[in-house]
Design a protein around this ligand. Structure first.
Ligand code: SAH
Ligand code: SF4
Length: 396
């Protein structure tokens, strides 16, 4: 070979090596095995293939897996004795081998504005929060799900960022948050067709960076989207990332869910400070990944999240730079007034500054809704989540 061509980092360079590194690193934070002390296996969170294999191992034919899947994810039952299409002896046998669990709701708080926050405790005692945000006008709402206990990143304005990463949540724990939230609103069986659906969308915007726990998040979303179960369309799921560029392509091609990108600054020097991950994947690379995100179209725009921090990132100049940056991307800009938390160092932009910013973005042809804070009184608003969960001593 003659000369080696040096090209700027692009999609190809970022793919294999970088993804392998990220996936290997995140695997170190894997959740404990989904087995009880008595040896019973958790069925929630298994892929269809895995469920099939578990049942085959006790001599059951494939149609059983289909039936049980339907009971778990469509009917929402947690007891085998309620599976009326299954004969009693087999129900008993299943109950000896398996369990259909839910994370324990250690604390449930409902805000004055009806937002409900759940503190879920998992089998090993670790905790994460989930928030249900009902629509103000209609009988629907979003469930904001956590993907990790804590976060490896430390965005300066985010409460979760002050807590180190304890561990990743497993697929069972991620799907389990949604299922337990549904339990809380008696929303089983899964509503079909025109039936109002209170828990109608999922936003992966809780604690943690979902693209640093891609395998578990992807498995959980595949379960949630399965047509014979919860059957939520990919259009009703939005994954928010602080910009893990190499995993964005994969998320787009494999899951095709809506993407939200936590931008928050239009210059690298400022974004380096606010979202330290920017030092690894700077704005230009992030924008390139957005431009090639396969699930983006005029009907399914990428959401750019922009937290409004007084005197930091909220000038008309910032707004103009923002529209130049996202020009040509099917996008909308979600302006999030900063939500304070105990000890936070920033202030929320003034209403006038937010409105002026929104107007510039709108005049450039992008929708720019201002996200009204929900559940601030119970620390349930964007960026306020944090738990007391801690790592238990050093790991081998
Ligand atoms: N880790 C992912 C998803 C969770 S955070 C991410 O960063 O995108 C969901 C959104 O809330 C992000 O846009 C995040 O930047 C924003 N956010 C964090 N702290 C906030 C705060 N104190 N006030 C308002 N928004 C905040
Ligand atoms: Fe982690 Fe997102 Fe908070 Fe940043 S904003 S610390 S990526 S949860």
């Amino acid at each position: 070979m003659s000369s080696v061509q040096i090209k700027p980092r692009d999609a190809d360079d970022l793919t294999t090596a970088e993804r392998v590194r990220i996936l290997a690193k995140t695997a170190r934070f894997d959740p404990p095995a989904a087995k009880l002390a008595d040896g019973r296996r958790e069925l929630v969170g298994l892929s269809r293939e895995e469920l099939l294999a578990e049942l085959a191992a006790i001599g059951q034919k494939p149609f059983r897996a289909k039936q049980i899947w339907h009971w778990i994810y469509h009917q929402g039952v947690t007891e085998f004795s309620r599976m009326s299409s299954i004969a009693r002896p087999l129900q008993e046998e299943l109950a000896k081998q398996f369990v259909i669990g839910r994370p324990e709701a250690a604390l449930v708080q409902t805000s004055a504005d009806e937002t409900r926050k759940f503190l879920f405790r998992f089998r090993d005692g670790q905790e994460a929060e989930t928030v249900y945000i009902p629509d103000r006008q209609e009988d629907r709402g979003a469930v904001c799900i956590s993907s990790q206990v804590g976060c490896t990143l430390s965005c300066r304005f985010c409460h979760t960022g002050t807590q180190t990463l304890v561990r990743n949540l497993g697929a069972a724990e991620i799907v389990g948050q949604f299922m337990a939230a549904r339990d809380s609103y008696n929303e089983w069986p899964s509503p079909k067709g025109e039936t109002p659906r209170l828990l109608s969308t999922i936003v992966l915007m809780g604690m943690g960076e979902p693209l640093y726990n891609y395998a578990n998040v992807a498995k959980a979303m595949t379960i949630v989207m399965d047509n014979e179960g919860i059957a939520l369309s990919r259009r009703r799921i939005t994954l928010s990332t602080s910009g893990v560029v190499p995993m964005m392509d994969r998320c787009g091609s494999e899951l095709g869910v809506n993407l939200a990108v936590s931008l928050h600054a239009v210059r690298d020097d400022l974004r380096d400070e606010l979202v330290p991950l920017n030092r690894k994947y700077p704005i230009a690379e992030l924008m390139a990944a957005c431009r090639r995100y396969p699930a983006a179209s005029n009907a399914r725009r990428i959401t750019f999240e922009y937290v409004m921090l007084k005197g930091i990132n909220d000038t008309p100049e910032d707004a103009r730079a923002l529209v130049r940056l996202i020009a040509g991307i099917p996008a909308k800009v979600n302006l999030i007034p900063f939500n304070p938390w105990p000890g936070s160092a920033y202030e929320t932009s003034t209403r006038a500054a937010i409105d002026a910013f929104a107007q510039i973005v709108m005049d450039a042809g992008f929708s720019s809704p201002v996200r009204s804070p929900r559940g601030r009184d119970i620390l349930a608003a964007c960026g306020q989540l944090r738990t007391e969960s801690r790592k238990e001593g050093p790991r081998a």
